[in-house]
Design a protein around this ligand. Structure first.
Ligand SMILES: [Zn+2]
Length: 198
């Protein structure tokens, strides 16, 4: 399904449960795909977000030993509207609130189910996370493919960080995208309704 495709609510719910079943049946294969386990976990978070009526995007943060220390998902619409609570922001908010003593984040890695938007990329730059990997590209809103368009001072920050796609299976990549797009048209309309329309 392509971004912007509209589905009736019943069809969208059916589609989401089909995605949930596919995810539940999936077995991560880190021998073939080094980031498969992380990609699987952020898809699980994306499913939680979508089931709650939020954008279906999940995120996690690993420490220098590769341990998952924070997991979270998009909370823009539920439990109440918060325009800033994309999955990356939720995870970084929690991390910075609970680990204020850390000053070297070069060994930390953020994994997101969807390519970060301009807001979240800016946050990742400010936070100084060493590595950021995303599972699915976002043709409509992703900023990693547009790093050249950053203002100069942001480019300077980005020069010390690594950005790239997660090394995961094509099946997980497709699941991550589908979890995002299955209710995208409905949620985009709700965002558009918050502003003047020409
Ligand atoms: Zn974002």
């Amino acid at each position: 399904m392509s971004p912007g495709t509209s589905l009736a609510p019943a069809a969208a719910a059916t589609n989401l449960e089909a995605l949930a079943a596919a995810l539940e049946a999936y077995q991560p294969n880190t021998a073939a795909h080094p980031d498969d386990h992380y990609a699987f976990l952020v898809c699980q978070e994306a499913l939680l977000a979508a089931r709650a009526g939020n954008y279906g995007v999940g995120c996690l943060l690993t420490d220098p030993a590769g341990r998952v220390i924070v997991r979270g998902h998009n909370q823009v619409f539920q439990p109440r509207f918060r325009s800033d609570l994309h999955a990356e922001m939720v995870v970084l908010n929690h991390f910075e609130q609970t680990c204020p003593e850390l000053t070297d984040l070069s060994g930390y890695q953020l994994v997101v189910s969807l390519e970060p938007c301009p807001m979240c990329l800016s946050r990742i730059l400010m936070a100084g996370i060493g590595v950021m990997r995303y599972v699915s590209p976002d043709q409509g809103g992703g900023m990693i493919g547009n790093l050249h368009a950053l203002p100069p001072s942001f480019k300077t920050l980005a020069g010390g960080q690594v950005f790239g796609q997660a090394r995961c299976s094509a099946q997980l990549r497709q699941l991550a995208l589908s979890l995002f797009t299955q209710n995208l048209a409905e949620l985009r309309e709700r965002l558009l309704q918050r502003r003047p329309r020409g």
